[in-house]
Design a protein around this ligand. Structure first.
Ligand code: UDP
Length: 478
């Protein structure tokens, strides 16, 4: 018979668990469904404990390579995260080229996948004689913005926030300039230039895999899934959300026991992601708002951020001792019958999966959004940074699964507004509407991953007809 050697895929995850987790899920899917083995490369600068634990929990068919450290000491202090990551990727091109060539001596390497800040490393794949693919861990709206960015930039005469009209991307909800991706908000910043550069570089990929699915943003999906000259084929292959858990070793979290005692769909989960913090004033409003709402809640409390860096550091250090010290006087006592606060981190997947959880005040990070959709939990959007604000617009005005909050001039959301929207989500008509919609999306997403659009998109990208072919151009002959 014909000999088929196991296809092997090489992958690069740039810093951030939000990049690594979905990329690792893609590797797992290729392993379990399509018989691949994989190598995941990560930057030395992110060898954190969390990341180590995560990587060592992966199946043995997924290997890990930690790339050598590179110096970024020539960068000015205060350089944006996007700038640091992008430059580190560029400086790693020689190391990645060698790593890929070495992999090829041992494996049938069929391609190289880099994520959103790693497009410069396509050069390494080219030098190693491999095809390169972009893995985009956010949605089609943000991908569309990135792909159009070089052209938008060339025609822009002011800052995004000064635009009189919202930004209209093909098939997307209009996004007011103020809500556009945060690294694009200051055109004189290096990180802005990097984003424009990435937008150009994305077009060099042989294909783009996106962690989204047709039904959550159908109009832009239709457009991007059509072939277009000069643009790589786009495959929405999501939602890829974390499976398996690395946090179980310390036993079942107390908040899950607490959830067991609450009625079905009665608890509002409140969390701002892995990095989000509120100011002390905003934290007060949240506490009073939750209290006023009369609803049950589970709130992941973090140290408040200050107005300036100094106070922010101060609060951080302080809150590591006791984040609850920043809650209003008597708050925990007054709400102990129906509320629970957890410090810094909750087992979010399990919280969302719990039947007592009925709503989520969400920062609209894309991983959290996909997780809440997969569990049919509707949201109140509370975006903070990155692409969260434009996600919030898309989730409320496009997908219809989120309620939005009115802000004051100075950006603070007041307690009365919080209480009103929380009640509306948990008990009101608007709440019913978004709950219905998120339930529909949950079913569509599950179906898509099983044998619908997303699993077909992955199969179209990756196809095995006796020999390994990844990223075939005529997408229809599966
Ligand atoms: N997460 C969690 N517990 C927390 C906060 C976050 O498990 O208390 C997980 C969450 O389930 C998600 C990831 O961290 O998988 C956050 O990714 P996302 O893209 O939503 O936002 P980011 O934190 O990167 O802003």
């Amino acid at each position: 018979g014909t000999e088929i050697t196991t296809p092997h895929i090489a992958m690069l995850a740039t810093p951030g668990m939000g990049h690594l987790i979905p990329l690792a899920e893609l590797a797992k899917l290729l392993v379990s469904k399509h018989g691949f083995t994989a190598t995941l490369m990560t930057f030395a600068s992110t060898a954190s404990k969390t990341q180590q634990a995560f990587l060592s929990s992966l199946p043995s068919s997924i290997s890990h390579v930690s790339l050598p450290p590179v110096s970024l000491s020539d960068l000015p202090p205060g350089a944006a995260l996007e700038t640091l990551i992008s430059l580190e990727a560029v400086r790693l091109i020689p190391a990645i080229t060698s790593a890929l060539k070495e992999l090829k001596t041992r494996h049938n390497v069929v391609g190289f996948v880099a994520d959103l800040f790693g497009a410069d490393t396509f050069d390494a794949a080219r030098d190693a004689g491999l095809r390169s693919y972009l893995f985009f861990p956010s949605n089609l709206l943000t991908l569309s913005l990135m792909l159009h960015l070089p052209e938008i930039d060339a025609n822009l005469t002011c800052e995004f926030k000064e635009l009189a009209e919202p930004v209209q991307l093909p098939g997307c909800v209009p996004i007011p300039g103020t809500e556009i991706l945060s690294p694009l908000q200051d055109r004189s910043n290096e990180c802005y230039k990097w984003m424009v550069h990435h937008g150009k570089k994305y077009r060099e990929a042989d294909a783009i895999l996106v962690n989204s699915f047709d039904e959550i943003e159908p109009d832009v999906a239709k457009i991007l899934c059509q072939p277009e000259p000069g643009r790589p084929p786009v495959y929405p292959i999501g939602p890829l959300i974390q499976t398996g858990s690395t946090v179980d070793k310390e036993g079942r979290a107390e908040c899950l026991d607490w959830l067991d005692k609450q009625p079905a769909n009665s608890v509002l989960y409140v969390s701002f992601g892995s990095g989000g913090t509120l100011t002390k004033e905003q934290m007060d409003e949240v506490a009073h708002g939750l209290e006023l709402s009369g609803q049950r809640f589970l709130w992941v409390v973090r140290s408040p951020s200050g107005a300036g860096d100094l106070s922010s550091n101060y609060y951080d250090a302080e809150s590591k001792r006791d984040p609850f010290a920043f809650l209003p006087e008597g708050f925990r006592e007054r709400t102990k019958e129906r509320g629970m606060v957890v410090s810094s981190w909750a087992p979010q997947m399990k919280v969302l999966a719990h039947e007592a959880t009925g709503g989520y005040v969400c920062h609209c990070g894309w991983n959290s959004t996909l997780e809440t959709v997969m569990h049919g939990v509707p949201i109140i959007a509370w975006p903070l940074f990155a692409e969260q604000k434009q996600n919030a617009v898309m989730l409320s005005e496009g997908a219809g699964i989120a309620l939005r909050l009115e802000k004051r001039e100075d950006d603070v959301v007041e307690r009365e507004e919080i209480a009103r929207k929380v009640r509306e989500l948990m008990e009101g008509e608007e709440g019913k509407r978004v709950r219905r919609k998120v339930t529909e999306l949950k079913e569509a997403a599950a179906e898509g991953m099983k044998e619908g659009s997303s699993s077909m998109a992955l199969a179209r990208w990756w196809r095995c007809g006796g020999k390994v072919v990844v990223g075939v151009k005529d997408a229809d002959e599966v």
